[in-house]
Design a protein around this ligand. Structure first.
Ligand code: FES
Length: 176
């Protein structure tokens, strides 16, 4: 999902933020304690929260904003600009399909569409209803010379074809 799409799909910075659950609150508090004093602390904090929870809960945004003396809109803008940050937990398997130029030129968009259709995911709902898979675009995996490329559950795959993608998805054991 590109930044404008994500911004449209994400909770607004203006409305009431959802409450953090106790586990989320503990992680947000711990990461803030560790990183709030860093120069340019916002991105390290967001990365720290996502690394530990797998997502950045929308309720964390006002907490971070208060801690860093930023506006909620500033924090919201950064969270929604970077496609890396998720606002909810991912599915059990995460497929990231490269959407940057070299991969686009070699069929990456078609692979992304194939994966979404096969798994019941969409741009607005990257995780399917069964929560088995999340499909996300990504922007360069460093395999431009072997495009199109994707990453499934942290493993890189180059020179993908529709058939190879189908085989990868089947290997997760969670598609019909
Ligand atoms: S453009 Fe896809 S890996 Fe670089």
């Amino acid at each position: 999902m590109n930044a404008p799409d994500r911004a449209a799909a994400a909770p607004s910075a203006g409305g009431p933020a959802p409450q953090l659950n106790p586990a989320e609150q503990a992680v947000v508090d711990a990461v803030l304690a560790e990183r709030r004093h860093l120069a340019g602390a916002l991105l390290p904090i967001l990365h720290g929260i996502q690394d530990r929870l797998g997502y950045v809960p929308p309720g964390a945004q006002p907490v971070i904003a208060r801690a860093l003396q930023l506006s909620r809109a500033e924090v919201h803008g950064v969270v929604t600009f970077y496609h890396h940050f998720r606002s909810e937990p991912a599915g059990r398997h995460v497929l990231q399909v490269c959407r940057a130029e070299a991969c686009q030129a070699c069929g990456g968009e078609a692979l992304l569409a194939q994966a979404r259709e096969r798994l019941g995911c969409s741009e607005a709902q990257p995780t399917n209803a069964a929560r088995s898979h999340t499909v996300e675009p990504t922007y360069c995996l460093g395999l431009c010379a072997q495009s199109p490329a994707a990453m499934l559950d942290g493993r890189l795959h180059a020179r993908l074809t529709p058939a190879r993608l189908e085989a990868l998805l089947a290997a997760t054991g969670e598609i019909a």
